[in-house]
Design a protein around this ligand. Sequence first.
Ligand code: GAR
Length: 210
Amino acid sequence: MSSIKIAVFASGHGSNCRALYEAIISGKLNAEIGLIVSNNPDAGVLTWAKEKELAHIHISSEQFDDKLQFHHALLRHLALHHIQMIVLAGYMKKIGLPLIEAYPNKILNIHPALLPSFGGKGMYGEHVHKAIIDYGAKITGVTVHLVDPEYDHGAIVMQKALEVSENDTPQTLAQRVLALEHQTYYRALQLFAENKVIIKDRKVFLSRNI
Ligand code: GAR
């Protein structure tokens, strides 16, 4: 069974990163976390990575004179760790073109709603769940998609839905969606590990004969 070496990019707590790690440990995901990248020096995910003795770096464009230097440094780290795919897990920075070009169709993101609804600039974390409740949507869910230059726009790999209840607050909804994210992300990534993903005309198809 093939295995892929991934870098997980996270800005906060990193529960999705931990769920991926657990899926690897329990044999549900054939991947190796080669590097954890955070733009936030205080991110919980970095403390956790240290505990688990996983390679990790704090790197952000603010540490460099310009974006080009930042991307060069980041790409150098990814190459040093032989990273094959990038997995965004609550990474609150836009992914720049140099990264997208270096990893074509190899950057995944998880979004806490059913795209193309409730996505785009400013739609992250609790803002998403508040917008869903304010709109009165009855269904929400999670979307795993490939990253392209536009926010929350790349080809969709997997979606799972759940019902919004009348008693939900942005916080209760966030909790249930996050639990669903943990059940979904490793499954989407496993499709790549098994080489099952075919991308045609900006759409994802699954190969049936593998
Ligand atoms: C997750 O809900 C993830 O979908 C969301 O941030 C949270 C991170 O949680 N990402 C976005 O909103 C990106 N647009 P975590 O740090 O516990 O994994």
